[in-house]
Design a protein around this ligand. Sequence first.
Ligand code: ZN
Length: 304
Amino acid sequence: MDNHSYIHFFYFFKMNHKKNNSFKNQSGKDRNQYKIMVVDADMIGIMGGTGVYEIVEMGEDIEKRVIETPYGESPEISTFKLHDVPVAFMPRHAKGHANPPHMINYRANIYAMKKLGVDQIIATNAVGSLDLAVKPGDFLIPNDFIDFTKTRQFTFYDHKTVHVDVTEPYCPNLRDILISSGDVIGEGVYVCTEGPRFETPAEVEMFRRLGGTVVGMTGLPEAVLARELEMCYASICTVSNYATSIAPGKLTIDEVFEIVETKMKDLRTMVVEAIAKIPSGRSCQCKNALNGAEVENSIEPEDL
Ligand SMILES: [Zn+2]
Protein backbone atom coordinates (compact mmCIF):
# COMPACT_ATOMS: atom_id res chain seq x y z
CA MET A 1 0.00 0.00 0.00
CA ASP A 2 1.50 3.37 -0.95
CA ASN A 3 1.48 6.24 1.48
CA HIS A 4 -1.53 7.92 -0.06
CA SER A 5 -3.76 4.84 0.15
CA TYR A 6 -2.51 4.16 3.61
CA ILE A 7 -3.63 7.60 4.74
CA HIS A 8 -7.06 7.02 3.16
CA PHE A 9 -7.32 3.65 4.81
CA PHE A 10 -6.30 5.15 8.12
CA TYR A 11 -8.97 7.84 7.95
CA PHE A 12 -11.61 5.35 6.79
CA PHE A 13 -10.71 3.14 9.72
CA LYS A 14 -10.70 6.04 12.14
CA MET A 15 -14.05 7.40 10.94
CA ASN A 16 -15.79 4.03 11.23
CA HIS A 17 -14.09 3.29 14.45
CA LYS A 18 -15.31 6.62 15.76
CA LYS A 19 -18.86 5.99 14.57
CA ASN A 20 -19.09 2.74 16.49
CA ASN A 21 -17.77 4.31 19.62
CA SER A 22 -19.37 7.68 19.40
CA PHE A 23 -21.54 7.39 22.48
CA LYS A 24 -19.45 5.34 24.88
CA ASN A 25 -15.80 5.40 25.78
CA GLN A 26 -13.81 2.51 27.17
CA SER A 27 -15.14 2.88 30.67
CA GLY A 28 -18.68 2.98 29.29
CA LYS A 29 -19.21 6.59 30.30
CA ASP A 30 -21.53 8.68 28.22
CA ARG A 31 -19.23 10.81 26.09
CA ASN A 32 -21.98 13.33 25.58
CA GLN A 33 -21.76 14.35 29.21
CA TYR A 34 -19.29 16.90 27.86
CA LYS A 35 -21.78 18.35 25.41
CA ILE A 36 -23.23 21.48 26.89
CA MET A 37 -26.67 22.82 26.13
CA VAL A 38 -25.92 26.44 25.33
CA VAL A 39 -28.73 28.90 26.09
CA ASP A 40 -27.61 31.96 24.14
CA ALA A 41 -24.72 32.62 21.79
CA ASP A 42 -22.10 35.27 21.17
CA MET A 43 -22.14 36.52 24.72
CA ILE A 44 -19.08 38.24 26.18
CA GLY A 45 -18.04 37.15 29.66
CA ILE A 46 -16.28 39.22 32.30
CA MET A 47 -14.74 37.46 35.27
CA GLY A 48 -13.45 39.64 38.06
CA GLY A 49 -13.83 41.19 41.45
CA THR A 50 -15.69 44.02 43.11
CA GLY A 51 -14.04 46.93 41.26
CA VAL A 52 -15.26 45.63 37.91
CA TYR A 53 -18.77 44.83 39.10
CA GLU A 54 -19.87 48.44 38.48
CA ILE A 55 -19.87 47.67 34.74
CA VAL A 56 -23.11 45.77 35.35
CA GLU A 57 -24.79 49.00 36.47
CA MET A 58 -23.83 50.61 33.15
CA GLY A 59 -25.87 48.00 31.26
CA GLU A 60 -29.54 47.47 30.43
CA ASP A 61 -31.90 44.51 30.94
CA ILE A 62 -29.95 43.34 33.98
CA GLU A 63 -30.84 39.84 35.17
CA LYS A 64 -29.32 37.69 37.90
CA ARG A 65 -28.84 33.98 37.31
CA VAL A 66 -27.33 31.04 39.12
CA ILE A 67 -26.38 28.27 36.70
CA GLU A 68 -26.43 24.56 37.60
CA THR A 69 -23.39 22.67 36.37
CA PRO A 70 -22.08 19.09 36.84
CA TYR A 71 -19.49 20.66 39.17
CA GLY A 72 -21.93 22.54 41.39
CA GLU A 73 -23.77 25.83 41.26
CA SER A 74 -22.17 28.94 39.80
CA PRO A 75 -21.94 32.19 41.74
CA GLU A 76 -24.71 34.66 40.92
CA ILE A 77 -24.04 35.86 37.37
CA SER A 78 -25.37 39.19 36.10
CA THR A 79 -26.40 39.22 32.45
CA PHE A 80 -27.08 42.51 30.72
CA LYS A 81 -26.79 44.40 27.46
CA LEU A 82 -24.01 46.91 26.99
CA HIS A 83 -24.39 48.92 23.75
CA ASP A 84 -26.61 46.05 22.52
CA VAL A 85 -23.92 43.45 23.19
CA PRO A 86 -25.01 40.63 25.53
CA VAL A 87 -22.61 40.44 28.47
CA ALA A 88 -22.33 38.16 31.50
CA PHE A 89 -20.46 39.27 34.61
CA MET A 90 -19.29 36.64 37.08
CA PRO A 91 -17.80 37.53 40.46
CA ARG A 92 -15.03 34.94 40.51
CA HIS A 93 -14.85 34.65 44.29
CA ALA A 94 -18.66 34.48 44.65
CA LYS A 95 -20.46 37.08 46.75
CA GLY A 96 -18.44 39.18 49.16
CA HIS A 97 -15.09 37.60 48.24
CA ALA A 98 -16.24 34.45 50.07
CA ASN A 99 -13.95 31.94 48.34
CA PRO A 100 -10.17 32.36 48.62
CA PRO A 101 -8.28 31.67 45.36
CA HIS A 102 -7.54 28.00 46.11
CA MET A 103 -11.19 27.29 46.97
CA ILE A 104 -12.79 28.85 43.88
CA ASN A 105 -14.81 26.31 41.89
CA TYR A 106 -13.09 27.13 38.60
CA ARG A 107 -14.78 24.31 36.66
CA ALA A 108 -18.27 25.37 37.72
CA ASN A 109 -17.44 29.00 36.89
CA ILE A 110 -16.19 28.33 33.36
CA TYR A 111 -18.80 25.66 32.60
CA ALA A 112 -21.58 28.05 33.69
CA MET A 113 -20.26 30.76 31.38
CA LYS A 114 -20.17 28.31 28.47
CA LYS A 115 -23.69 27.12 29.24
CA LEU A 116 -24.92 30.72 29.22
CA GLY A 117 -23.58 31.16 25.69
CA VAL A 118 -20.37 33.03 26.49
CA ASP A 119 -17.68 32.36 23.89
CA GLN A 120 -15.18 35.10 24.78
CA ILE A 121 -13.98 35.93 28.28
CA ILE A 122 -12.20 39.02 29.56
CA ALA A 123 -10.72 38.17 32.96
CA THR A 124 -9.38 40.69 35.43
CA ASN A 125 -6.70 39.69 37.92
CA ALA A 126 -4.79 41.56 40.63
CA VAL A 127 -1.08 40.73 40.57
CA GLY A 128 2.26 41.49 42.20
CA SER A 129 5.14 42.56 39.97
CA LEU A 130 8.34 40.55 39.62
CA ASP A 131 9.98 43.26 37.52
CA LEU A 132 10.97 46.73 38.78
CA ALA A 133 9.95 48.21 35.41
CA VAL A 134 6.36 46.95 35.83
CA LYS A 135 5.02 49.30 38.50
CA PRO A 136 2.07 49.28 40.89
CA GLY A 137 -0.88 50.74 39.00
CA ASP A 138 0.25 49.38 35.61
CA PHE A 139 -1.99 47.14 33.51
CA LEU A 140 -0.46 44.10 31.80
CA ILE A 141 -2.00 41.79 29.19
CA PRO A 142 -0.15 38.46 29.66
CA ASN A 143 0.79 36.40 26.62
CA ASP A 144 1.99 33.33 28.54
CA PHE A 145 1.81 31.70 31.95
CA ILE A 146 3.66 29.40 34.35
CA ASP A 147 1.41 27.25 36.53
CA PHE A 148 2.53 26.71 40.14
CA THR A 149 -0.89 25.78 41.50
CA LYS A 150 -1.06 22.50 43.42
CA THR A 151 -4.49 21.29 44.47
CA ARG A 152 -7.01 22.70 42.00
CA GLN A 153 -9.37 20.84 39.68
CA PHE A 154 -7.60 21.88 36.50
CA THR A 155 -9.32 19.97 33.67
CA PHE A 156 -12.78 18.96 32.41
CA TYR A 157 -11.34 15.77 30.93
CA ASP A 158 -10.88 13.27 33.74
CA HIS A 159 -12.64 10.45 31.85
CA LYS A 160 -11.06 10.77 28.44
CA THR A 161 -7.62 11.83 27.31
CA VAL A 162 -7.55 15.32 25.85
CA HIS A 163 -4.24 17.15 25.43
CA VAL A 164 -5.27 20.68 24.66
CA ASP A 165 -2.73 22.90 22.88
CA VAL A 166 -1.52 26.00 24.73
CA THR A 167 1.12 27.26 22.32
CA GLU A 168 -0.82 30.52 22.53
CA PRO A 169 -2.25 30.27 26.07
CA TYR A 170 -4.34 33.44 25.74
CA CYS A 171 -6.52 34.30 22.73
CA PRO A 172 -4.35 36.44 20.42
CA ASN A 173 -7.33 38.33 18.96
CA LEU A 174 -8.80 39.21 22.35
CA ARG A 175 -5.34 40.25 23.56
CA ASP A 176 -4.94 42.60 20.58
CA ILE A 177 -8.30 44.18 21.37
CA LEU A 178 -7.37 44.68 25.04
CA ILE A 179 -3.98 46.13 24.12
CA SER A 180 -5.67 48.68 21.84
CA SER A 181 -8.27 49.60 24.49
CA GLY A 182 -6.11 51.24 27.14
CA ASP A 183 -2.70 52.25 28.42
CA VAL A 184 -1.24 48.78 28.97
CA ILE A 185 1.94 46.73 28.90
CA GLY A 186 1.35 44.48 25.92
CA GLU A 187 2.95 41.25 27.10
CA GLY A 188 4.40 39.40 30.05
CA VAL A 189 4.39 36.04 31.78
CA TYR A 190 1.80 35.41 34.48
CA VAL A 191 2.93 33.11 37.29
CA CYS A 192 0.09 31.52 39.24
CA THR A 193 0.70 30.33 42.80
CA GLU A 194 -1.61 28.27 44.97
CA GLY A 195 -1.84 30.80 47.80
CA PRO A 196 -3.48 31.87 49.95
CA ARG A 197 -0.15 32.91 51.49
CA PHE A 198 2.10 35.27 49.59
CA GLU A 199 5.40 34.14 48.08
CA THR A 200 8.69 33.77 49.93
CA PRO A 201 11.71 35.82 48.75
CA ALA A 202 13.30 32.63 47.36
CA GLU A 203 10.14 31.82 45.38
CA VAL A 204 10.00 35.34 44.00
CA GLU A 205 13.63 35.07 42.92
CA MET A 206 12.87 31.70 41.27
CA PHE A 207 9.80 33.04 39.41
CA ARG A 208 11.83 36.03 38.23
CA ARG A 209 14.67 33.81 36.96
CA LEU A 210 12.17 31.57 35.18
CA GLY A 211 10.94 34.54 33.20
CA GLY A 212 7.86 35.53 35.19
CA THR A 213 6.69 39.14 34.97
CA VAL A 214 3.83 39.15 37.46
CA VAL A 215 2.51 36.75 40.08
CA GLY A 216 -1.09 36.09 41.10
CA MET A 217 -3.38 33.39 42.50
CA THR A 218 -6.53 33.36 40.33
CA GLY A 219 -5.50 33.15 36.66
CA LEU A 220 -5.22 29.36 36.56
CA PRO A 221 -6.72 26.94 35.84
CA GLU A 222 -9.30 29.43 34.53
CA ALA A 223 -7.41 30.14 31.29
CA VAL A 224 -6.92 26.42 30.54
CA LEU A 225 -10.50 25.44 31.36
CA ALA A 226 -11.74 28.12 28.97
CA ARG A 227 -9.50 26.71 26.23
CA GLU A 228 -10.77 23.19 26.97
CA LEU A 229 -14.29 24.41 26.20
CA GLU A 230 -13.08 26.24 23.07
CA MET A 231 -13.71 29.69 24.48
CA CYS A 232 -11.52 32.75 23.86
CA TYR A 233 -9.87 34.02 27.03
CA ALA A 234 -7.56 36.93 27.81
CA SER A 235 -6.68 38.69 31.04
CA ILE A 236 -6.08 42.24 32.20
CA CYS A 237 -3.68 42.11 35.15
CA THR A 238 -3.72 45.11 37.47
CA VAL A 239 -0.40 45.44 39.28
CA SER A 240 -1.25 46.24 42.90
CA ASN A 241 2.24 45.95 44.41
CA TYR A 242 5.76 44.65 43.91
CA ALA A 243 6.23 41.03 44.96
CA THR A 244 8.19 40.67 48.19
CA SER A 245 11.89 41.66 48.00
CA ILE A 246 11.51 43.19 44.51
CA ALA A 247 10.82 46.76 45.61
CA PRO A 248 13.24 48.81 47.70
CA GLY A 249 10.42 49.88 50.06
CA LYS A 250 7.35 48.01 51.23
CA LEU A 251 3.79 49.09 50.46
CA THR A 252 1.25 49.03 53.24
CA ILE A 253 -2.05 47.25 52.58
CA ASP A 254 -3.75 50.69 52.58
CA GLU A 255 -1.42 51.85 49.80
CA VAL A 256 -2.19 48.70 47.83
CA PHE A 257 -5.95 49.31 48.15
CA GLU A 258 -5.49 52.94 47.19
CA ILE A 259 -3.65 51.99 43.98
CA VAL A 260 -6.24 49.38 43.06
CA GLU A 261 -9.11 51.77 43.85
CA THR A 262 -7.75 54.59 41.68
CA LYS A 263 -7.11 52.22 38.78
CA MET A 264 -10.56 50.58 38.83
CA LYS A 265 -12.16 53.37 36.82
CA ASP A 266 -9.48 52.98 34.12
CA LEU A 267 -9.99 49.23 34.20
CA ARG A 268 -13.75 49.54 33.71
CA THR A 269 -13.24 52.01 30.86
CA MET A 270 -10.86 49.57 29.20
CA VAL A 271 -13.25 46.63 29.51
CA VAL A 272 -16.19 48.65 28.13
CA GLU A 273 -14.10 49.89 25.20
CA ALA A 274 -12.89 46.36 24.47
CA ILE A 275 -16.44 44.97 24.50
CA ALA A 276 -17.46 47.53 21.88
CA LYS A 277 -14.59 46.36 19.63
CA ILE A 278 -15.07 42.59 19.89
CA PRO A 279 -16.46 41.24 16.60
CA SER A 280 -19.34 38.76 16.85
CA GLY A 281 -17.65 36.07 14.72
CA ARG A 282 -14.37 34.53 15.81
CA SER A 283 -11.44 34.19 13.41
CA CYS A 284 -8.93 32.80 15.94
CA GLN A 285 -8.21 29.11 16.56
CA CYS A 286 -9.70 28.98 20.08
CA LYS A 287 -12.99 27.67 18.70
CA ASN A 288 -11.16 24.63 17.26
CA ALA A 289 -9.11 23.85 20.39
CA LEU A 290 -10.43 20.28 20.61
CA ASN A 291 -9.68 19.40 16.99
CA GLY A 292 -7.05 16.70 17.15
CA ALA A 293 -6.66 17.07 20.93
CA GLU A 294 -8.44 13.89 21.95
CA VAL A 295 -6.63 10.57 22.10
CA GLU A 296 -9.08 7.95 20.80
CA ASN A 297 -9.75 5.05 23.17
CA SER A 298 -7.34 6.58 25.65
CA ILE A 299 -4.19 5.43 23.83
CA GLU A 300 -1.44 7.43 25.47
CA PRO A 301 1.24 8.92 23.17
CA GLU A 302 3.89 6.89 24.97
CA ASP A 303 2.02 3.68 24.02
CA LEU A 304 2.28 4.40 20.30
ZN1 ZN B 1 -9.78 33.29 20.47
